[in-house]
Design a protein around this ligand. Structure first.
Ligand SMILES: Nc1ncnc2c1ncn2[C@@H]1O[C@H](COP(=O)(O)OP(=O)(O)OP(=O)(O)O)[C@@H](O)[C@H]1O
Ligand SMILES: [Mg+2]
Length: 220
């Protein structure tokens, strides 16, 4: 375990990851991070190079094809940079790092929903992230239909259009959900699965209770 605390948020599009990461960041800010600076990051992205990769992955020019293998390697490139440029130094300095998606996303999206060979996905994940794993991962679990409806409403009210990852058939997001639930069982020591149908305030409270219980002594 590093001197800092590494907390990640996972789940399908629209399940509430960013909403809850912001809520947790606000709670931590209210207690001055319990003396620890709080760093907010996202994947893909979180570094100048990673943000360029994010643009490529989300807003590929119309007509461009992105094969699953290339997609996997682009996510991995962003992650390799993020770990070494941002996450590892912050954890070494004792900070609290909140990350909107991390390597579990690749395990599930590319290894399950895109059907790439899981052994290859695990090897590339290990190369990109090294031995670093989150201390706690909050999985926001929501039926695929509900999650996509939320994402669509959000995109419409922001005047935006669905990005490349939001344009898959519903079966894809059902596989993503199932993949996450299986992974959470396999890695039960660090996963906390939350019912994302609950109201935002209830989920926030639940996440706080779980975090303080798991990281006892770190946060009041
Ligand atoms: N518990 C909730 N109940 C109802 N609506 C919610 C809840 N949590 C989030 N939302 C709403 O659902 C939409 C999607 O939430 P959010 O953007 O946080 O999801 P996300 O997991 O970050 O999605 P993405 O993977 O696309 O970034 C937002 O409009 C948000 O306000
Ligand atoms: Mg988000």
């Amino acid at each position: 375990m590093t001197p800092g605390v590494f907390i990640t948020f996972e789940g399908s599009e629209g399940c509430g990851k960013t909403t809850q990461l912001e809520r947790l960041a606000r709670r931590l800010a209210a207690i001055g991070g319990a003396g620890r600076p709080v760093l907010r990051l996202r994947e893909p992205g979180g570094t100048p190079l990673g943000e360029e990769v994010r643009r490529l992955l989300k807003h590929t020019a119309p007509g461009w094809s992105v094969v699953p293998e290339a997609e996997l390697l682009l996510f991995a490139a962003s992650r390799a940079q993020l770990v070494r440029e941002a996450v590892a130094p912050a954890l070494a300095a004792g900070q609290v790092v909140l990350c909107d998606r991390f390597l579990d996303s690749t395990t599930v999206y590319q290894g399950v929903a895109r059907r790439l060979e899981p052994v290859s996905v695990a090897a590339i994940n290990a190369f990109a992230a090294g031995p670093l794993r989150p201390d706690v991962t909050f999985l926001l679990d929501l039926p695929a239909e509900l999650a996509m409806a939320r994402a669509r409403r959000r995109d419409q009210s922001a005047g935006g259009t669905p990005d490349r990852m939001e344009q898959e058939p519903m079966a894809f997001y059902e596989q993503v959900r199932a993949g996450y639930l299986r992974l959470a069982e396999t890695c039960a020591e660090r996963f906390v699965t939350v019912d994302a149908r609950l109201p935002i305030d209830d989920i926030e409270a639940l996440i706080w209770t779980q975090l303080t219980a798991r990281c006892h002594g770190l946060f009041p």
